[in-house]
Design a protein around this ligand. Structure first.
Ligand SMILES: Nc1ncnc2c1ncn2[C@@H]1O[C@H](COP(=O)(O)OP(=O)(O)O)[C@@H](O)[C@H]1O
Ligand SMILES: [Mg+2]
Length: 513
């Protein structure tokens, strides 16, 4: 017996009325046959979608936004009305084609729906258009100016946090539903505090709602993924599968944005005092006695200029103790020194600490400098890292993100409003701060000041995010980031997963130095 017979037998004359209800339709015809379960929040979305003509939903990544709010909703509307016309909009043509493929698969996978695609030569069927026998049409198009020639009943907009041209919303999207008094339903995961999602929140005609993966009161993640677990390890967030294997891992900035739906804003410090303070150990000093059981790591931010106003060259040394704790054990910095004098000085420091690994920001000097230093001190792994060249465009952002994760690893629990510091001996990262020791206080205060003035800058025109020092220097933060990368990085530079359009990764741009 087919699914339709089952349904007729079960619901009899009521069936048609039942199918008019989107949750019933989607559950019975699309989800259940595939073994999928509609999460309770998905039912709420659908209920609101049929009540409100303007929607702006923010929800965590992989919550089923595209599937439920766009694909399934469009299929339901197309099947239950004649000559209904809807458009799903994505950030790129590639995304649009992919979304329409999912719509088509959804229809073809369903025993009941599969025969309703039109085969009439007057009906369009192609990569961006799908037409049903009842004359209803679902199209999938990229977000651009060409959209304005249409008049439709419904527009579903996917990942609006990625849309760059905010004016297009008013000039091209809104007009196309005016004639038919149609709906505009927007969904997305936030990118920054000035993305289209945030802009629409100020527009009172939109019903704006936020669905983070979890809050103190609600666990939507469990509703969708009942067999998965979220674990915080160090400064990272992991999603574990039922067998406890790691499915995905995220740095905390990405996690906060994509899962808790809290992006960083222009006004946010990347390293707030409360975060840095957790790594202070008040009974420890910075002294340069070498510990034979420890391994040392070095980060060097090199500045080449004889001018007195120039940047500092900064060397940060991290000590990894036998117990695995990472201690900021020394900082050496200078300015206005000649190229050759610097080479000698850097070689001296390297020779003294014999680091397992030293990483230099290579963008400010030639590769020959590195070769010279390598010749001066043998047996140490010295790596150059470029911040500004092509494939390395994101390196600086990644290194800074990783540094923040290291600071956060001193917290047992981290969410946006709950922080429990670890006891001293369990801390992963320690900055000595013995108040009576002059050298320790002087160095750590300098480090603290630069960290505190390091922030996010958002370019409203280019829609790009930059991490950089708001104060006059960021050399210490960069050197610390490089040292931390030497100590913690295992070649796994980019924890970000690219999503959809190529524009996504470009959100993080190089800082030209
Ligand atoms: N209720 C569900 N049960 C099983 N799989 C689902 C469900 N909802 C969505 N999916 C699948 O999970 C993946 C993520 O869903 P998607 O709608 O793309 O998430 P989002 O747009 O929120 O990032 C897709 O492959 C989709 O087909
Ligand atoms: Mg999606």
């Amino acid at each position: 017996m087919g699914l339709m017979d089952d349904l007729v037998e079960k619901y009899g004359k009521e069936l048609n009325k039942k199918l008019a209800d989107p949750t019933f339709f989607i559950d019975e015809l699309l989800f259940k046959p595939k073994g999928w379960i509609m999460p309770p929040y998905g039912k709420e979305w659908l209920k609101l979608a049929y009540k409100h003509k303007r929607i702006n939903f923010t929800a965590f990544r992989s919550s089923g936004k595209t599937e439920i709010m766009l694909i399934a909703q469009a299929i339901h509307r197309a099947f239950t009305q004649k000559n209904w016309d809807g458009i799903i909009i994505s950030n790129s043509l590639k995304q649009s084609t992919e979304v329409l493929r999912r719509v088509r698969d959804g229809i073809l996978d369903s025993e009941i729906l599969r025969n309703s695609l039109s085969s009439s030569k007057y009906h369009e069927q192609n990569k961006t258009t799908l037409t049903l026998k009842n004359g209803s049409r679902i199209r999938s198009l990229p977000y651009n100016d060409n959209i304005r020639m249409n008049h439709v009943d419904w527009v579903g907009m996917d990942e609006i946090g990625l849309y760059r041209d905010h004016d297009l919303m008013k000039s091209a999207i809104t007009p196309i539903v005016t004639a038919k008094e149609g709906s505009i339903h927007c969904i997305g995961t936030p990118m920054s505090k000035i993305d289209l999602i945030h802009k629409l929140r100020d527009n009172k005609s939109y019903l704006s709602k936020i669905y983070p993966a979890y809050t103190e009161k609600m666990d939507l993640f469990k509703q969708r993924y009942s067999d998965r677990e979220i674990r915080k390890v160090g400064g990272k967030f992991q999603i574990l599968l039922a067998d406890k294997s790691i499915f995905e891992e995220y740095d905390s900035l990405t996690w906060n944005r994509e899962f808790l739906c809290v992006p960083l804003g222009n006004e946010d410090n990347l390293f707030p005092y409360e975060l840095i303070e957790q790594s202070f150990q008040y009974d420890l000093t910075m002294n340069n006695t070498l510990n034979t059981n420890s391994r040392y790591y070095m980060g060097i931010d090199f500045a080449l200029s004889a001018e007195s106003s120039a940047d500092f060259t900064v060397i940060i040394i991290l000590e990894r103790t036998k117990e695995g704790q990472l201690i900021l054990c020394d900082m050496i910095r200078w300015k206005g020194m000649s190229y050759n004098a610097q080479k000698v000085r850097i070689s001296e420091v390297i020779r003294y600490y014999k680091p397992v690994k030293a990483i230099l920001d290579e963008s400010s000097f030639g590769a020959s400098f590195l070769d010279d230093v390598r010749r001066e001190v043998r047996g140490v792994s010295i790596e150059g890292m470029r911040f500004t060249a092509g494939a390395y465009t994101n390196v600086k952002q990644d290194i800074i993100t990783m540094l923040r994760s290291t600071f956060e690893s001193n917290w047992r629990v981290y969410s946006n409003n709950e922080k429990t510091p670890l006891e001293n001996e369990k801390k992963n990262f320690v900055i000595p701060r013995e108040r009576t020791d002059g050298k320790t206080m002087k160095l750590t205060t300098e480090i603290l000041e630069e960290l505190l003035s390091f922030g996010i800058k958002y370019d409203e025109v280019k829609h790009t995010v930059k991490f950089e020092g708001i104060g006059s220097h960021d050399d210490i933060v960069v050197a610390l980031g490089l040292a931390n990368f030497a100590a913690n990085g295992s070649g796994n530079l980019s924890p970000m997963v690219s999503r959809g359009s190529s524009g996504y990764r470009k959100m993080f741009v190089k800082k030209t130095r």
